[in-house]
Design a binder for this molecule. Structure first.
Ligand code: PHE
Length: 527
């Protein structure tokens, strides 16, 4: 409140003074009022055309404390000359005692240079009877005007630490076309009464301030990961993908590993890499789950089918028992033209519960469902996965995977590469390279590399491959159906987009909430 009434006063003061003096110079006429306050008052008046003003920024010269004493008592050389004049003759050794050490040191030399005094043996004697203390006069002038036009002299004074320079913003103010001695009463609302009475015609409406910022809204905000996730979802949806139900983080080893033809001795299944759940100790054997089925039904109903077919299709219901047996067989004894791994497959191991290590656990469930009615289909998911990793600047024990799977007849590896090129170009990555890799569930497998313009090197951006027959055929998918898939992390593209270099600034308990609420949306393809 005091600030507001103060600035209202400034507004009135400007109007009052303009009545008798024009133009005004804010720095001279209102020397004690801070410039921002003056500007606020002037803007208020200018928006009503009551004043017009120009801004100038000038250099102001101010005296240092030393210069102030010179203006009061005279320059060092003047003090030396004055002392010699009083005494007639001063032994050089005595001078500091009379005029002070500082004045003796600086003033002696200048007084010689000015030919005011001279040496006579070990003493100082007078040369000039009358002198003009120009240093003092110049400084006194500066004290009055806060300026000096002789730039050479000004630099000299600056070097001698007698003056300092500072920038000053000031305003030159004139009356505007609607100048009045007081701000007229302003109407902010047009009322029915004003219209009825016709008083609106002469009313003085308060002008709109279109530059005013809106009050900040204490609303919720999407996390950057969610914004980037939404961008990826849009890419998938635009290419006919259906979103998979990935809401459950805990799955059995069966869905996370065995069904993917990951052998039970695989190092990734080790305690070091996988988080196991101790309670409950054991999962149910794979079985129907109407809830998850209903979720995927709903997603599929809302998507366009790639396979144009409205006629009733023959559905072969899933047989979970058979599937379980098939998986055991393909690992332990070999089946479906595969010789298998040939080790004793443990049911206890497959029923251990884990925090899923990849979203491919869900893709597997979806593909088994697809075997009910094998048809071209595209599925994707973007959700959380867990790995027992050492946490550092770029790794967390939980992160998000983006995953896509495409099922069709007659798919080729070239088709996967072309698909990936199109997909990544939608996120602004135009050059891809593929490197042979290994996954237990895909053959061939390819790591995906993209050129990182900032780092000037190829960086790994994803993993992909054609799912193995050992994974697809136990599900009941036809032999001539091919499925390929790919996966990438959500965190890395998000960190690049938002310029975050430590993942702990993005996710976890150390995240600054302002970072979350103030960040703008992103466009993946815009760099
Ligand atoms: N599951 C793989 C990973 O975690 C990604 C992937 C998905 C690879 C599908 C091939 C096919 O890296």
């Amino acid at each position: 409140v005091p600030l507001e009434s103060h600035s209202a006063n400034v507004t009135q003061d400007v109007l009052n003074l303009l009545d008798s003096k024009e133009p005004l110079h804010s720095s001279d006429d209102f020397p004690t009022i801070p410039q921002p306050e003056i500007k606020a008052a002037l803007d208020r008046l200018a928006s009503r055309s009551m004043v017009e003003y120009e801004t100038s920024d000038t250099e102001e010269v101010t005296l240092t404390a030393e210069a102030e004493t010179i203006v009061a008592d005279g320059s060092h050389e003047y003090k030396v000359w004055d002392a010699v004049k009083q005494a007639g003759k001063i032994p050089i050794k005595e001078l500091p005692k009379i005029v002070g050490a500082d004045s003796a040191k600086v003033g002696q030399g200048n007084a010689f240079k000015n030919k005011w005094i001279k040496k006579d043996g070990d003493s100082l004697v007078l040369v000039a009877n009358e002198v003009q203390d120009t240093t003092r006069d110049v400084l006194a002038g500066i004290k009055d005007t806060k300026a000096l036009s002789d730039t050479k002299l000004l630099n000299d004074l600056k070097k001698r630490k007698l003056v300092t320079l500072s920038k000053v913003i000031s305003y030159t103010v004139k009356k505007g076309p609607k100048y009045a001695k007081e701000i007229p009463v302003e109407v902010t609302d047009l009322t029915a009464d004003m219209i009825a009475s016709g008083s609106w015609e002469s009313a003085n409406f308060k002008p709109y301030n279109f530059n005013a910022l809106g009050a900040s809204q204490g609303a919720g905000a999407l996390h950057p990961l969610n914004k980037v996730r939404q961008e990826f979802r849009n890419i998938f949806f635009s290419q006919g993908f259906v979103e998979m139900p990935t809401g459950h983080f805990v799955d059995s080893g069966f869905w996370n590993f065995d069904a993917l033809f990951v052998p039970q001795q695989h190092p990734a299944r080790d305690m070091q890499d996988t988080f196991f759940i101790s309670d409950p100790v054991k999962a149910d054997k794979p079985r129907a789950d109407p809830d998850i089925d209903a979720q995927l039904d709903a997603m599929e109903a809302g998507s366009r089918r790639l396979f144009a077919s409205d006629e009733k299709r023959q559905v072969k219901p899933r047989n979970y028992e058979q599937y379980f047996k098939n998986i055991k067989e393909v690992h332990q004894d070999g089946a479906f033209d595969s010789i298998g791994y040939r080790y004793p497959w443990s049911e206890d191991e497959t029923l251990r519960l884990v925090l899923r290590t990849h979203t491919t656990a869900v893709s597997t469930w979806v593909l088994h469902r697809l075997a009910e009615d094998p048809r071209p289909a595209r599925y994707f998911s973007i959700d959380r996965v867990f790995r027992n990793e050492t946490v550092d600047a770029t790794h967390l024990a939980e992160f998000h995977q983006i995953e896509g799977v495409i099922a069709d007849f007659g798919l080729t590896l070239g088709g996967l590469m072309k698909f990936l090129e199109t997909f990544f170009s939608r996120m602004g990555i135009d050059n891809l390279r593929f490197k042979p890799a290994y996954n237990p569930y895909t053959e061939p497998s390819m790591e995906i590399f993209g050129w990182h313009g900032g780092l000037k090197k190829w960086v790994e951006i994803g993993n992909s491959g054609m799912f193995r027959p050992e994974m697809l055929e136990p599900m009941g998918l036809p032999k001539d159906m091919r499925v390929y898939g790919f996966g990438l992390g959500l965190e890395r593209p998000t960190m690049i987009k938002y310029g975050v270099s430590n993942i702990r600034d993005l996710l976890g308990h150390k995240v600054d909430l302002h970072f979350i609420s103030n960040n703008a949306a992103v466009r993946l393809e815009k760099n």
